[in-house]
Structures are given as structure tokens and as C-alpha cells.
Design a protein around this ligand. Structure first.
Ligand SMILES: [Mg+2]
Length: 348
């Protein structure tokens, strides 16, 4: 399917039936700020019982797989380290492919990244004076100017520059914090060079590593971000489920560009357990009791469904919104039931 023709697809039966491994993003999907998303543990346990294998895939390079597995287990989601793949692991695997055994790598990041570099037989160093052949850069709360300065010097001396991920921000309860991408931008500004490789989503390397490690033949990407999880899945030609428990709001989904549109949408992970209806991309699109149509630059929703059928309303709105190349200016209700369900979705 070309990105331009992407539509919300019909799953035929319960979603888990069509796939062998769910490649699950963590923050905003399984947990939020280290608190489990309501219902996540129950939904994942049920999906496992049904036969779906789980692989947890994270751009975060500051924890080792074994630590992520322990955190999940403490949240009621029993997980083994072998079911976790981090961008630190994928970055180390890439370096091991490119460099001779024992080669010196300047590590800018957390202890977890140092450990992964060591685990693949390379030698972590912390100074450009050691003449490292590569720099690997990931997020770590202790990373400071001195580390960025060493990275800049090594990169100017010609070292291969690999970054774990390019996320500009980290969500927190106090607001958006600088993510690895922001620190990479500082080094980029100082050196006038761009990274040679970016490993994390939406770039293909982390996804490929998760498929390789899990042995998936029919993977389903599950994520909460359009610009990392969903775009990465589309790059890889893999189907995806967007969950609305994280950063993406219904209004963002309606405005999504073709290369960021998921195959399926659900409120939370229990979307793995149910059948999903297909919705055409057309100026007038119907899903369940709801119909959405283009009216000039606006979208108009009509129907007589219940508020708890809000996902069908959202699907119908996606079908109509995605039928034209511009995002809708406004979403309007035609009738009281549509008005209630739009409020449920936080629209317009
Ligand atoms: Mg996420």
C-alpha cells in the first residue's frame, strides 16, 4: 500500500490474530511516567494468552534491557530482558558491525550505553585524546558540556558519529525537557556535521533490530507517537496500531500526513483484543453509526451513536479528513449525538 492510499484497515478478527509479535513502545503505551496505563497489564496478559508474542521497543538509551524488564515486571507486566530492545543495544550492534573488535568508542550518555558498548566487545573511552574511531551519543541525565565538548573534538577529528535517537524533547510532569536530539543539535552546531547514523524510531535500525531479536514474521508496531512509532512502521512496511493513551490527540490524527497514518487506532492496549473496522478514505466516510463528510475546509460529523462509540466516530472523521491533501480547519457536529461524541474526543 502506498502512503498516499493508506486507510484505516479492517482486521477481520481480533487484532492479535493477524500478527505474531507486537512491537510495543513503552512511554505513553504501557506506562506513563513509570505508572502503568490503566488496563495495560490486563490487555497484554490476555494478548499473550491468545498467542501474541510481545517485544518492548524503546528509543530511551538510559536504561539497560534488564532494568526495563524489571520495571515492567514491577508494574504487573511480567517481562524478560530478552523481550526488551533499546536504542542503546541497537546502536552498539551497529558499531560492532562497522568497527573491528576492541575499537575505542567515545560514549556520551548513561551507564547503560557504556555497558552495551562493552557488551559487544568494543572499548568505551571518555576523551577525544584517546583518538576514538567512533562517537556514540544517547540521553543521560548526567550528560554535560564536558561530554559534548569531547564528542565535538572527536567528530572533528573524523570519528564515526552514531546517535541512539533524535527525540528533541522528553515528556515530564513539569513540561518538555531537552531530549537526546537537542544535545545532538548542540554538537551539530559546533561541528557543522550531521550524525552519520540515527538508530531510534522513526529510523529503521531499531525496528530492524527488534524484528531480528524477536524473529517476527508478521510484526505489528504499537505506539503513541505519529512521528516516531507510526512513521517508523510505515518506513519498514509494517502495520501499526496507534493508541491514544500517550501524546497523540484525536485532532493530531486527523491532521496526520500520509507517511504518519496508522493502520489501526484504539484508545489503549485493549485494542489488541478486538476486531477493527475498515474505513474508506473518501469525502464521505462511514464507520458504525457515524458518518463524516467534507464541507469545504470543514469536517461535519453526523449520526445517532452512543458516546462510547467515539472510536468509530474518530475513524469516520479520519476517512473524510484524509481524503483531501489539507487538514480540516474545523470539525462540526450535525445533531446532538454528534455534538456529545465530538466533546468526548476533545474535538474541535
Ligand atoms: Mg511513546
Amino acid at each position: 500500500m502506498t502512503p498516499e492510499s493508506r486507510v484505516l484497515a479492517a482486521s477481520g478478527g481480533p487484532l492479535w490474530q493477524g500478527y505474531d509479535v507486537a512491537l510495543l513502545d513503552l512511554d505513553g503505551v504501557v506506562y506513563l511516567q513509570e505508572q502503568p496505563v490503566p488496563g495495560a497489564a490486563e490487555a497484554l496478559a490476555a494478548a499473550r494468552r491468545a498467542g501474541l508474542r510481545l517485544e518492548f521497543v524503546t528509543n530511551n538509551a538510559s536504561r539497560r534491557a534488564v532494568e526495563v524488564a524489571a520495571l515492567l515486571t514491577s508494574l504487573g507486566i511480567p517481562a524478560d530482558a530478552a523481550e526488551v530492545v533499546t536504542s542503546a543495544q541497537a546502536a552498539a550492534a551497529l558499531l560492532a558491525e562497522r568497527l573491528p573488535p576492541g575499537a575505542q568508542v567515545l560514549v556520551v550518555g548513561a551507564e547503560a550505553l557504556v555497558a552495551e558498548v562493552t557488551a559487544v566487545g568494543l572499548t568505551p573511552v571518555d576523551s577525544a585524546d584517546a583518538h576514538p574511531v567512533a562517537v556514540v551519543q544517547g540521553y543521560g541525565p548526567e550528560v554535560g558540556w564536558r561530554h559534548l565538548a569531547e564528542a565535538a573534538l572527536a567528530i572533528q577529528a573524523g570519528a564515526l558519529w552514531v546517535v541512539t535517537n533524535a527525540d528533541l524533547t522528553l515528556p515530564s510532569l513539569r513540561g518538555r525537557l531537552p531530549g537526546n536530539g537537542s544535545l545532538v543539535a548542540a554538537v551539530r552546531a559546533a561541528t557543522g556535521r550531521a550524525p552519520d547514523e540515527i538508530v531510534g524510531k522513526p529510523h529503521p535500525r531499531l525496528h530492524a533490530e527488534s524484528v531480528r531479536r524477536s524473529g517476527a514474521t508478521r510484526p505489528l508496531v504499537v505506539g503513541d507517537r505519529l512521528d516516531t512509532d507510526i512513521e517508523g512502521a510505515i518506513h519498514a512496511g509494517t502495520d501499526s496500531l496507534l493508541v491514544l493513551s500517550g501524546v497523540t490527540r484525536p485532532v493530531d490524527l486527523l491532521a496526520a500526513a500520509p507517511h504518519r497514518r496508522p493502520t489501526y487506532v484504539a484508545a489503549r492496549l485493549d485494542g489488541l483484543l478486538v476486531a477493527h473496522p475498515g474505513v474508506p478514505t473518501a469525502a464521505e466516510a462511514t464507520c458504525g453509526p457515524w458518518t463524516a463528510r467534507r464541507a469545504g475546509a470543514d469536517l461535519v460529523l453526523s449520526g445517532t451513536g452512543e458516546p462510547e462509540q467515539e472510536l468509530d466516530a474518530l475513524r469516520a472523521l479520519c476517512g473524510a479528513a484524509w481524503s483531501a491533501s489539507f487538514p480540516p480547519d474545523a470539525v462540526r457536529a450535525d445533531g446532538p449525538a454528534a455534538e456529545v461524541v465530538l466533546a468526548e474526543l476533545g474535538l474541535p
